[in-house]
Design a protein around this ligand. Structure first.
Ligand code: FAD
Length: 469
């Protein structure tokens, strides 16, 4: 094969974008024809297989990426199997001389990337990898003694104090795409979409996966909602947050793009910083995943290994999953999650706290449900945040601080608007009735609470004391 035909393979993973994509940029700059590849690995070998809602998102994101690449003169090759083996196969069959990729951080992913690197180098190809989905590499932000931070606030102070993140790279106007023949699976054959039944209607109504959809959402957020972000982000009915989490998860937009866009926006400095601080949690959670690779299964604070979790009652578990616990804010959140694949941050904390403390179920079981149903299900953020609520994580809420879902609703959803949106049975009631339907005079077909909030709170505190003893 003549040298000029030897392509640069770009292995795309959680960076499904053409702008600010260092791996794609390097492939283009190499002067070789460019061959972008995505491999769906269901084996679990590269970390946890995606949940159902994430698979729906991935299907549409891959379709959008392929269209964007084709518009520029390239196309996306799809494979199904072990990532390292499939990439090695593509490189062998095309005589590729360069492999570029953006770094991944789950242990199995790192191992797979190392194998791909080794195979490419043994075949005489050059390999390069880049930081693209985080603002820093895990382990780079250290305290004065050279150790990792255990607490978020000083971590973020150090991260943001280390200088402005690099400028984002522009999208390439055209790509010299490799035009040879190499096997590619049809997107439909990856089996990412639900079929029997197809439950994805609510997701399709809510989201536009893909880079264009991500940028549209950023535009809309910066123009209309950023100014009120700090004041209203905790109010689930206000829709004041960005809803960029699934776009960030799949890398349809990079944190560098978001950082600079928000810093350049016409909003007070403290509001902009509040948003960037939230963005900083991603980096903190990935730092934690780096030191605790089993974050989704093993307590960061191992004393929680002795926690006396309650035995699971399948009916109660199903009531939580389906939003039928009889606790309005919990049910509203769980129904929002089921319908749209997303839940407001405050309500995530309340539903998780109810699960861990009022039901006293092992946090890993709730984390798994979120993993399957969230479109932004993220290996670091989901596990770290569940452990945060459980009290077993880094810089976590102390276990004995139990959210009261009624008080939380009164404070953050005072008119019960969010509750009424997702729990239509409670719409006829006034705010008081929506918060505490068990005290309302009017009858509804809304269920009675599956647990007594006061008694279950005390039982949780007693269990915590037993663990400490
Ligand atoms: P915004 O407020 O607009 O924030 C902007 C971005 O910052 C988010 O898109 C997200 O990438 C990041 N961010 C904000 N808050 C957090 C946080 N607390 N931790 C980590 N990153 C944050 N977030 C996920 O991305 N994936 C998950 O799987 C996930 N699971 C969670 C589970 C629980 C139990 C809890 C309490 C939180 C979880 N979060 C998770 C964090 C947070 O709820 C979501 O990131 C946020 O609700 C996304 O909405 P947004 O994009 O409008 O956020």
């Amino acid at each position: 094969m003549p040298e000029q035909d030897s392509p640069a393979v770009v292995w795309l993973r959680d960076d499904l974008r053409v702008s600010d994509n260092p791996a794609l940029r390097e492939a283009i700059d190499s002067g070789r024809p460019v061959l972008p590849v995505y491999v769906l690995d269901d084996s679990g070998g590269a970390g946890r297989p995606l949940g159902a809602a994430s698979r729906w998102w991935l299907h549409h994101s891959l379709a959008a990426l392929d269209a964007s690449l084709q518009k520029r003169g390239s196309r996306l090759v799809l494979r199904h199997g072990d990532g390292a083996e499939e990439v090695a196969d593509v490189m062998r069959r095309t005589g590729a001389g360069l492999l570029t990729m953006n770094r991944r951080y789950v242990r199995g992913e790192r191992e797979q990337d190392d194998r791909a690197r080794l195979a490419a180098e043994q075949a005489g190809a050059a390999v390069s990898d880049h930081t693209a989905s985080l603002l820093h590499e895990p382990g780079e932000v250290l305290n004065g003694s050279g150790d990792r931070f255990a607490v978020f606030t000083p971590f973020f102070r150090a991260l943001s104090g280390a200088g402005t993140p690099r400028d984002p790279l522009p999208a390439p106007a055209a790509i010299d795409g490799w035009t040879g023949e190499v096997h590619s699976v049809d997107l439909a054959d990856l089996g990412l979409l639900p079929t029997k039944p197809d439950w994805s209607g609510g997701l399709a109504d809510t989201w536009t996966p893909g880079e264009k959809g991500a940028h549209r959402r950023v535009d809309e957020f910066v123009q209309h909602r950023l100014a009120g972000y700090a004041a209203h982000r905790d109010e689930p009915a206000a829709e004041a947050s960005s809803r960029l989490s699934p776009h960030l998860k799949f890398g349809e937009i990079s944190p560098y793009q978001l950082w600079h866009r928000v810093q350049g926006a016409d909003a007070p400095a403290d509001v902009r910083m509040k948003f960037l601080t939230e963005l900083g949690w991603r980096d903190f959670d990935y730092d934690l995943l780096d030191t605790h690779p089993d974050l989704d299964t093993v307590n960061v604070h191992r004393n929680f290994d002795a926690f006396p979790w309650a035995e699971v009652d399948d009916e109660v578990l199903a009531a939580w999953q389906q939003g039928r616990t009889g606790i309005p804010l919990v049910d509203a959140g769980m129904r929002q999650l089921w319908a749209t694949g997303w839940m407001h941050n405050r309500v995530r904390m309340v539903t998780a706290s109810f699960f861990i403390k009022n039901l006293r179920y092992d946090w890993r079981l709730g984390e798994q449900w979120f993993w399957d149903t969230l479109v932004d299900a993220d290996p670091a953020n989901n596990a770290a945040q569940w452990q945060w609520v459980a009290g077993s994580g880094a810089d976590a809420a102390p276990y004995f601080r139990v959210f009261n879902p009624v008080l939380q609703a009164q404070k953050f959803d005072p008119a019960g608007e969010y509750i009424a949106e997702w729990v239509p049975e409670l719409r006829p009631l006034d705010a008081k009735g929506r918060h505490e339907p068990w005290n309302a005079a009017a009858a509804t077909d809304y269920p009675a609470p599956v647990v007594d909030l006061k008694r279950s709170r005390q039982a949780a505190l007693d269990a915590y004391q037993r663990m400490r003893d």
